[in-house]
Design a protein around this ligand. Structure first.
Ligand SMILES: *[C@@H]1O[C@H](CO)[C@@H](O)[C@H](O)[C@H]1NC(C)=O
Ligand SMILES: *[C@@H]1O[C@H](CO)[C@@H](O)[C@H](O)[C@H]1NC(C)=O
Ligand SMILES: *[C@@H]1O[C@H](CO)[C@@H](O)[C@H](O)[C@H]1NC(C)=O
Ligand SMILES: *[C@@H]1O[C@H](CO)[C@@H](O)[C@H](O)[C@H]1NC(C)=O
Length: 753
């Protein structure tokens, strides 16, 4: 049996079946046997070719009077050995009429390009390089297999099926894979699948793996021979570049259990296996699944059983391309049978062929092109360019080996997802195919409940306090102390405060909303702005107007001069004017560039090695020119405050405590200025992204400012309820009168010096 292994051997078969008168006709064969230097070993195809030869020589209807003899040489999947063995064939004593093989593209190409100089028609059984499809370069070349580029169609269809839109290519730097990669890149571009890198390596894949890792590649198409693929997987394992999020798309024509071979890598089979995970492989449908009888009379399955029996005797692994080997031999025989018939008409025989006989070569070429039969691999017929198109098995590594999960129909030449017929089931550790990019899942960040409850409680307590003041204010409006501080206007301060407190609660409603409550959130956004702005104007505006009245009265030294409109009624008008500025401004803002809800991410997590990234988001109130609008609002409020401070300063010496709130106003303004100057810049910088910190800052600023203002304005009056005895209004007025104070007619609460 070892007679085929190395060197030149003449295979003599089935001699007994034919008469000894049969003249031998030689066929030059190439098989890649010694592939210790890498490449694809086609040794396992040999028994199938041998089987075909037996069947051909037994067939009485074929090549009568001729016995085919196959001379096999080892082309070693090497261009150098391919040339060497071709020369050996040509310089041998016998003339070979046709060439069969080799299996490996690297060796097939030089033979195909040189063979035409000796007029040798070549039929290959596994060479897949797309370059060999070029009929102008390789006019006498045929192959019963499909070019490697057919797998590209299947790969792209697969990418589309699993919605993988971001892929990387890794290839061994040899012509066949460079060509396949070029075709693949074209297809990827056409299908809008983004290619993050096409790296190639010659011997050491470490750099490639480092780059893939850095680019966070998930879906990687590998175009290498089996040995380099093992090296790649070993390197991936060493670099920790593996896991559930990575899917490798490999060639399916590696030998069975290719990952368990450890002769050329430093990794154990388990390590290689954990690196490749549940890879997907694409392999031509080589052995026909049909139950039809082949040209030989046996079904493909029966032929395969014969092949397996024959292959037991050789030291090479079973090769899935065996059916192509069998059919390639039949192509040669049928082409020669046809040529033989044609030559007889012109009185020639196949034995008249010489290496410079273009005529016979052209007949062989034509006959080969027209060959059509049903073989072990199904219907065999060549395209115009000498190729054959077949379907592709889609296989996945599951448990301990490759399982066929589907088939891709490549005969249409497109990448339609519907060309994939899934017959088995894919296995995914996560239950579904990992995405080609980490999937971002947004998660809304809500204000912490305890924080919200705390602030809302404080605000409610504030509202309660305001209500209390309101009741006291109304009930005691006849009391001198209250009456003199214009209870009517005080109600506006309280109303303003309640509005501000309500705002705190509205700032926290986010806890109850999610992304779907967009509309409600936008409404609340605008509403609380209106509320806060108006509440502020009501509370402070009223305070300042009151002070303004005091200021007007006390700076009017000529008592007889008409003081003008200082009645509450007029003051309310002033307040209304101030409010209308607010309302006008807010209306313009709302109309031109209203606040809207926007979903903002807080921060982006590093998604490396992760299938899903959790992205916290929050609902932000924003508009195109928020800073400008807010700037205007702050300026208006600030001017109001400066005006208030000025009044407070001017009236600081007024000695009527019931009238003079100036010290308290000063304190309030001071308080507000401090808080605003802390919270506004902080709110826009440090805590902008932190929902909780932002809420805590804003709500405590409002709570503290409002409460302190409320207490400063009403606190002293509250004290007066408890310490001052119940005065009769009349008696107070009397005593006031005795202090040479003249009451202003327009202003019952006011007393003028
Ligand atoms: C295979 O080839 C290598 C080098 O190319 C050589 O060292 C080795 O002896 C060969 N093996 C056989 C069995 O001829
Ligand atoms: C296999 O080899 C054994 C001896 O080594 C031989 O007897 C047998 O016929 C061979 N089988 C085939 C199918 O070649
Ligand atoms: C081979 O050629 C002969 C004619 O010379 C033809 O009758 C026969 O059918 C051919 N054999 C096959 C298998 O096509
Ligand atoms: C073809 O070969 C036969 C012998 O095999 C020979 O008699 C004949 O002359 C040859 N014809 C040509 C054209 O060479």
């Amino acid at each position: 049996m070892d007679n085929i292994v190395f060197g030149i051997f003449v295979v003599l078969l089935a001699l007994a079946m034919k008469s000894s008168a049969n003249v031998p006709l030689y066929i030059g064969g190439f098989i890649d046997l010694n592939t210790t230097n890498g490449g694809w070993n086609s040794g396992g195809v040999y028994p199938a070719i041998e089987l075909a030869l037996q069947h051909i020589n037994q067939d009485q209807s074929l090549l009568q009077g001729i016995k085919l003899e196959l001379v096999i040489k080892d082309s070693r999947c090497s261009d150098a050995y391919a040339i060497k063995t071709l020369v050996e064939h040509i310089t041998a004593d016998h003339t070979v009429v046709m060439l069969i093989g080799p299996g490996c593209s690297i060796a097939a190409e030089p033979i195909a390009i040189a063979g035409k100089f000796w007029n040798l028609v070549q039929v290959a059984y596994a060479a897949g390089t797309p370059r060999l499809s070029d009929k102008t370069l390789f006019p006498l070349f045929y192959r019963v297999n499909a070019p490697e580029t057919v797998a590209n169609l299947a790969i792209v269809a697969m990418l589309k099926k699993f919605k993988w839109s971001r892929v990387a290519i890794v290839k061994e730097d040899v012509a066949v894979f460079n060509d396949v990669s070029e075709g693949l890149q074209l297809l990827l571009r056409r299908e809008n699948i983004s290619l993050i890198g096409a790296n190639s390596f010659i011997t050491n894949p470490d750099n490639v793996i480092t780059d893939l890792k850095q680019k966070d590649a998930r879906i990687i198409i590998v175009l290498t021979y089996e040995g380099k693929c093992r090296k790649l997987m070993c390197s991936a394992f060493r670099h920790g570049f593996y896991g559930k999020h990575i899917v490798w798309l490999l060639r399916g024509w590696y030998v069975e259990d290719w990952s368990k071979v450890v002769t050329d890598v430093t990794c154990s089979p388990q390590e290689v296996q954990s690196a490749h995970g549940n890879y997907i492989a694409f392999e031509e449908v080589i052995l026909s699944t049909s139950t039809e009888k082949t040209i030989n009379g046996l079904t493909p399955d029966q032929l395969n059983k014969l092949y397996l029996r024959q292959a037991r005797n050789i030291s090479y692994p079973i090769n899935s391309y065996a059916a192509y080997g069998y059919d390639a031999m039949w192509v040669v025989a049928l082409a020669l049978n046809r040529t033989n018939t044609l030559l007889k008409e012109s009185g020639l025989t196949l034995h008249n062929f010489t290496y410079d006989n273009k005529y016979i070569a052209s007949i062989i070429n034509e006959s080969t092109a027209k060959t059509r039969f049903f073989g072990m691999s199904g219907e065999v017929a060549f395209l115009d360019n000498g190729d054959r198109i077949s379907s592709m098995w889609i296989e996945q590594f599951q448990d301990d080996g490759e399982i066929r999960v589907g088939v891709f129909d490549a005969t249409h030449g497109d990448t339609g997802v519907d060309r994939i017929n899934v017959t088995g089931s894919f296995y995914w550790p996560e239950g579904s195919p990992p995405p080609s990019e980490p999937v971002t899942i947004t998660e809304i960040v809500l204000i912490e409940m305890p924080l919200f409850v705390t602030m809302a409680t404080i605000a409610c307590a504030g509202i309660f306090l305001s209500t209390l003041f309101l009741i006291l204010n109304i009930k005691n409006r006849q009391r001198t102390f209250i009456r003199m501080s214009s209870p009517y206007l005080n109600n506006f301060i309280i109303a303003g405060s309640i509005m501000c407190y309500t705002c705190v609660i509205l700032f926290g409603v986010d806890v109850f909303l999610d992304e779907s409550d967009h509309v409600i959130h936008s409404a609340i956004c605008s509403f609380r702005l209106w509320l806060l702005s108006c509440g502020y104007t009501l509370a402070f505006g009223t305070m300042f107007i009151k002070t303004w009245r005091v200021y007007k009265i006390f700076t009017n030294h000529k008592l007889d001069k008409q003081l003008g409109r200082l009645h509450d009624r007029h003051l309310v008008c002033m307040l209304a004017l101030m409010l209308s500025v607010d309302l006008l401004f807010l209306s313009v803002w709302q109309a031109v560039d209203g606040l809207k809800t926007e979903i903002r991410n807080v921060q982006t997590e590093n998604g490396r090695n992760k299938i899903t990234i959790l992205m916290p988001v929050f609902l932000a109130c924003t508009c195109t020119h928020k800073l400008i609008w807010l700037g205007c609002l702050y300026t208006y409020k600030g001017l109001l405050m400066i005006f208030g401070l000025f009044l407070a300063w001017e009236t600081r010496n007024v000695s009527y405590p019931a009238l003079n709130d100036s010290r308290y106003i000063g304190l309030s303004v001071y308080n507000v200025v401090i808080w605003v100057s802390i919270s506004v810049p902080l709110g826009y910088t440090v805590v902008y992204d932190s929902v909780n910190a932002h809420f805590a800052l804003v709500s405590s600023a409002i709570n503290i400012c409002t409460t302190s203002t409320l207490l400063l304005v009403f606190g002293p009056k509250l004290r007066s309820f408890s310490i001052s005895p119940e005065h009769h209004p009349e008696s107070t007025r009397a005593s006031a009168k005795s202090n040479v104070v003249k009451q202003h007619p327009e202003c019952p609460g006011c007393k003028c010096e």
